[in-house]
Design a protein around this ligand. Structure first.
Ligand code: KIV
Ligand code: ZN
Length: 516
């Protein structure tokens, strides 16, 4: 165990969002999207960016070349088979990078050798020897991955890794390609490899875990405890099948439990949430609401007992602060599970100091509303307290949208609303898509300078349910609606959000205090 000591170790973060993550269905990215993500990964301060697999396609080679040209800081890496033409392709693609790594992989397990490669163990060893020796000296670093290492016979895995180390590999990666192992098992494996492979001090072990049984992060942490100095991971845990080890989770586990793991990373954790959001925007795939660290619920509390605890001292139900990972603040979501403590506190921030009997009354009305909708927004609460549900807002009369696929005409929407005081108003909005165009028309009719933060559409019982979040006046306003048609549901959800914004603006705290 020459590589493990008792002081805090720096674990290298090898990010493969743009390679293993990008190759999963639904996550492919253009060169410009990869470049934008790579800038964010550099800001996050990852040690290595695996930007693609140069020989896989001319597009992948171009993306690696662009990332290599533009990104300063992290080492830039390309995946490669053992073939000489792959190594050459990667060499060309990585040429502009300041620090270049080649990542050679070859299947070592019996299934991979027999079914895929049709190679004997001796042939596998000679391929490793030939390719690593050829790459050594042409790149700053060479990494060798024994693909499907976990299902490889232990003795042969050691032979393969020893062969790579002897041929000059600087990083020995031990992938759990099919997400099959468990924490105890991988811990024992890394201890054994660490003790058995003869290598110079600058050769490190790396883990690369897939999430098929939901253990990718736990397995990676176990491998780190057993001596792995590099962890391969992706933002939001994207990747083949059930994904890879999630970068944000492994990084925050090391940071939060540093004295247990005696290890940390160089990651700027405050950038995690932004990086997660950017990836979701670029791929159109948001992480699950309950996703650890970066999901919308990661720092949200709705249950009354939890809200009470967090209001007294956030450490009762939070082990990290939201700002540690770049989430602006924790969120006490008002819903049917919320209690009086949270309601009173929220009312206070809105300017209402509710006496005990007022609180009882408002709490009753609040529970009735909460039973009907999943979240009660600030403006809903204002309306409850002020008894302001008098149909004074905008109503939607008509929405027409145009989306032209063949021509270059910008999508537009014509929106007609009616208001008890302003009457009928019609305006046109344009945007990158028809929904953006409707959003812009709402902004212009209602004089709201807003930004669309989130749109979630669900289908159930033949209805489309739309939930939107709009940022305006420094706050987030939610809107929800359901309709048989998805477009109408989304447009109505916007209407409810804009009515909330306007109601919140129009509510004078003094008047409301009087009304309450
Ligand atoms: O999962 C895997 O085995 C891989 C290798 C190419 C490292 O992604
Ligand atoms: Zn993988």
């Amino acid at each position: 165990m020459g590589h493990v000591d008792q002081k805090t170790r720096r674990i290298k973060i090898f990010d493969t969002t743009l390679r293993d993550g990008e190759q999963a269905p639904g996550f492919s990215m253009s060169t410009s999207a990869k470049l934008e993500m790579a800038h964010t990964l550099a800001k996050l301060n990852v040690d290595v960016i695996e930007a693609g697999f140069a020989a896989a396609s001319p597009g992948d080679a171009e993306a690696i070349h662009t990332v290599a040209q533009e990104i300063k800081g992290p080492t830039i890496c390309s995946l490669s088979r053992t073939k000489e033409e792959d190594i050459r392709c990667a060499e060309d693609a990585l040429a502009p990078a300041r620090h270049r790594r080649l990542h050679i992989f070859l299947g070592t397990s019996p299934t991979h050798r027999d079914a895929k490669l049709k190679m004997t163990t001796n042939q596998v060893l000679s391929e490793i020897e030939r390719s690593v020796s050829s790459a050594r000296g042409r790149f700053d670093e060479v990494e060798f991955s024994a693909e499907d290492a976990i299902r490889t016979e232990r003795a042969f895995l050691k032979e393969a890794l020893q062969c790579a180390a002897d041929a000059g590999a600087h990083i020995l990666n031990v992938p759990d390609t099919v997400g099959y192992t468990s924490p105890d098992e991988i811990y024992e494996l890394f201890r054994d490899l660490n003790a058995s492979i003869t290598r110079s001090d600058d050769v490190v072990f790396s883990c690369h875990c897939h999430n098929d049984l939901g253990m990718a992060v736990a397995n990676s942490l176990a491998a780190i405890r057993a001596g792995a100095d590099q962890v391969e991971c992706t933002m939001n845990g994207i990747g083949e099948r059930a994904g890879n080890c999630a970068l944000e989770e492994v990084v925050m586990a090391l940071k939060t439990r540093q004295s247990y793991f005696r290890a940390d990373t160089n990651i700027m954790t405050q950038e995690l949430y932004g990086a997660s959001r950017l990836l979701a925007d670029l791929t159109g795939q948001a992480p699950a609401r309950n996703k650890a660290i970066v999901g919308r619920n990661a720092f949200a509390h709705e249950a009354g007992i939890h809200q009470h605890g967090v209001l007294e001292d956030r450490r009762t139900y939070e082990i990290m602060t939201p700002t540690d990972v770049g989430v602006p603040s924790n969120e006490l979501v008002l819903g049917k599970h919320s209690g009086k403590h949270a309601l009173k506190a929220r009312a206070q921030t809105l300017g209402f100091d509710l006496e005990a009997d007022q609180l009882e009354q408002v709490f009753k009305a609040f529970k009735n509303v909460a039973d009907q909708q999943s979240e009660v927004s600030d403006s809903d609460l204002c309306a409850i307290i002020a008894g302001d549900d008098d149909g004074s807002g905008w109503e939607m009369l008509r929405v027409e949208m145009r989306l032209s696929v063949e021509t270059r005409l910008r999508p537009f929407a014509r929106l007609t609303l009616v208001h008890p005081e302003r009457g009928r108003v019609c305006d046109i909005g344009t945007g990158s898509g028809p929904f953006q165009a409707v959003f812009q028309a709402y902004c212009s009719i209602t004089d709201v300078d807003g930004a669309l933060e989130d749109v979630v559409i669900r289908q159930s019982s033949g209805q489309s349910h739309a939930d939107v979040r709009v940022v305006a006046d420094g706050k987030v306003f939610a809107g929800a609606a359901a309709d048989a048609d998805v477009i109408v549901a989304a447009a109505k959800a916007l209407l409810s959000a804009f009515n909330h914004i306007i109601r919140a603006r129009g509510v004078s705290v003094q008047a409301l205090k009087g009304a309450a």
